[in-house]
Design a protein around this ligand. Structure first.
Ligand SMILES: [Mg+2]
Length: 235
């Protein structure tokens, strides 16, 4: 089927508490990577929900009195990726794919849609987390917006749109882009970048929180996403 650039859409999934819930896995990664690059145990951890790796790491280093230079941050990301690889076998013990995640991704398979991520995780960590549950196959990891790119999540959405447009030769302006995430940060960053924002209340934010943040659509879970398909159809 030839692609019609006027109706193709870009679907950008958040990872944690949207597609998977890995409990304290992200904290374990931080403990390992922090010890590896500083030689000190992790005593404080900045708030993680909806934040990017660059923001979390910078604040976490500052909480320990350490200036987060670019060089340190780069080494920290390398250590995070290694920790995620080393601990990949443990992901199943402590986490799970969220209900409907497989079906939701599969439901776009025969649609005119490109699927990737906007996540606070760095790319190798996101890939490990999703591969562990068989959720990675239909997602394009060559594009997307990841947490080492910027402290500010809207930058990740804009970057993901640019990369998708360049790779696919389709102009994924904001209106052709649908960001799906579990926190008000996901909603705000989508709107700041001119994209549609879909909230899914499988994290710590309620449907009311996501509505208050201005979500264009709020889902209680990914088990039924007909409303999302209808919304895309109506654009
Ligand atoms: Mg999340």
């Amino acid at each position: 089927m030839s692609r019609n650039q006027h109706d193709e859409v870009l679907i950008l999934w958040d990872v944690d508490k949207t597609l998977v819930n890995l409990g304290g896995f992200s904290r374990s990664l931080y403990q390992s990577a922090f010890l590896s690059v500083t030689g000190k145990p992790l005593e404080h951890l900045a708030p993680m929900a909806g934040q990017t790796e660059r923001a979390i790491a910078t604040e976490t280093f500052e909480l320990h009195g350490i200036r987060a230079s670019d060089e340190l941050f780069h080494r920290f990301c390398t250590a995070l990726a290694k920790a995620a690889q080393d601990m990949k076998n443990r992901i199943h013990e402590i986490g799970k794919a969220l209900p409907g995640a497989h079906e939701a991704i599969a439901s776009f398979e025969k649609k005119r849609a490109v699927q990737s991520l906007v996540t606070g995780n760095i790319q190798p960590v996101a890939k490990n987390k999703l591969e562990a549950f068989g959720l990675a196959d239909r997602l394009d990891f060559e594009i997307g917006g990841y947490g080492d790119y910027s402290k500010d999540r809207p930058d990740l959405v804009r970057f993901a749109c640019e990369r998708a447009s360049t790779k696919h030769g389709v102009e994924f302006s904001g209106k052709r882009t649908f960001v799906i995430g579990d926190t008000p940060h996901d909603i705000k960053s989508a709107h700041d970048a001119g994209a549609h924002a879909i909230g899914v209340a499988t994290g710590n934010s309620s449907t009311q929180d996501l509505e208050n943040a201005g979500a264009d659509l709020v889902l209680t879970s990914l088990t039924g996403i007909d409303a999302l398909h209808n919304m895309i159809q109506e654009q």
